[in-house]
Design a protein around this ligand. Structure first.
Ligand code: NDP
Length: 337
């Protein structure tokens, strides 16, 4: 069993030395447990927050020397649990390793899914995040302008496509021309801008001449700076992530802009609401899977995956994710089925 454990708390952007590859015997399932073989490992931005010494509010940090956490698609190889049998395909949390044990409480049966890795992307946690954050908090109405960054990523691509299905006008923001073209040509966004363009803020203002009604916050940083003055009266801002800040070591320099932010929220009656998708599993997840599954089947929502081969390549791929090198949902193919 190969596994990556946390070796050091990253200082800024993680380095490959912050995790360590170890080999351990494949564990034996005890009574009530199943042994899982990992087929796919999901790499997600939140993992960066779990590598810090003091973790985020919503989940415990990974202790030094412990296996890096992560959502996975697994094959049950041995079972001493009445609810699972060898051969079952499940969604699990095996982390960055070949094999893991589970007591079954965190497993979701996947049946005969055609593309099981999509259970880690558009049909799983990131897609659910997009659906819930956009529809519950963003509440886009036909004709309104929805802005989303990291717009070809796992969450952002779903946000933009669902907003289009709701009749909104969608302005995507991405890093790079290939992603920009994809958002326009394949995802059907109305406008897509490159956040690295020196004229980005002016381009956004031009693209949102009637202002922004929903800003789905995925990134923070300079993108948010460009968005803030364009928010309309009554705008909604689901705060999903601020990936531009996950590697920050200190507070940003410059004048304190909190009063300016609070004043905009006050005067324009903006609704800013954070959410953590972990809170919303249960009944909501099944309803999401049915609706999103139907959209994907009918070709109304497209899913793009950035698939890396081999567990050994997970650290580099993860570091790339935090720099915008992924193009689509980042997934590692760990084991042969
Ligand atoms: P993505 O697949 O979108 O990958 C991350 C992308 O973020 C990169 O490809 C890059 O896109 C963009 N990015 C990276 N660095 C920066 C930067 N400095 N400034 C602006 N953009 C940057 O990831 P996900 O779809 O999985 O996640 C998107 C966001 O949603 C993250 O903030 C994540 O933490 C959050 N999230 C929150 C959840 C919740 O429960 N609240 C659940 C799941 C995700 P590009 O190069 O195109 O700009």
């Amino acid at each position: 069993n190969r596994r990556f454990v946390l070796a050091a708390h990253p200082q800024g952007l993680p380095t490959p030395q912050d995790v360590r590859l170890e080999t351990t015997p494949v564990p034996e399932p005890g009574e009530g447990q199943v042994l899982l073989r990992t087929l796919y490992l999901s790499l997600d931005p939140y993992m960066r927050n779990l590598m810090d010494e003091v973790g985020p509010v919503y989940a415990p940090a990974v202790p030094l020397g412990e296996v890096m956490v992560g959502g996975t698609v697994n094959r049950v190889v041995a079972s001493r649990h009445p609810g699972f049998k060898a051969g079952d395909l499940v969604l699990g949390n095996a982390g960055w390793q070949d094999y893991a044990l589970s007591d079954g409480s965190d497993l979701i049966a996947l049946g005969d899914m055609a593309e099981p890795s999509h259970a880690l992307g558009g049909l799983g946690m990131p897609g659910f995040t997009a659906h819930l954050g956009l529809l519950d908090i963003g509440q886009p109405k036909p004709g309104e302008t929805v802005v989303v960054a990291a717009a070809t990523g796992a969450v952002g691509a779903a946000v933009g496509q669902i907003a289009k299905l709701r009749g909104a006008r969608v302005v995507g923001i991405v890093g790079g021309e290939d992603k920009r073209r994809y958002a326009l040509d394949e995802l059907g966004f109305d406008v897509c801008l490159d956040r690295r363009d020196p004229q980005f803020a002016e381009q956004l203002a031009q693209a949102c001449a009637d202002g922004i009604d929903v800003y789905f916050e995925n990134v923070g940083g300079e993108v948010f700076d460009a968005v803030l003055p364009l928010l309309n009266i009554g705008a909604r801002v689901p705060v999903c992530g601020i990936i531009a800040h996950y590697n920050d070591k200190t507070a940003p320099a410059g004048p304190d802009r909190v009063p300016q932010l609070m004043s905009a929220i006050l005067q324009k009656r903006i609704r800013v609401q954070g959410f953590i998708i972990l809170d919303h599993y249960g009944e909501r997840f099944d309803a999401f899977r049915r609706e999103m599954g139907a959209w994907v089947e009918r070709g109304e929502v497209k899913l793009r995956e950035d698939r890396i081969d081999g567990l050994e390549n997970a650290p580099q791929a993860f570091i790339g994710l935090l720099q915008g090198h992924n193009f689509g949902k980042l997934v590692v193919r760990v084991g042969e089925d």
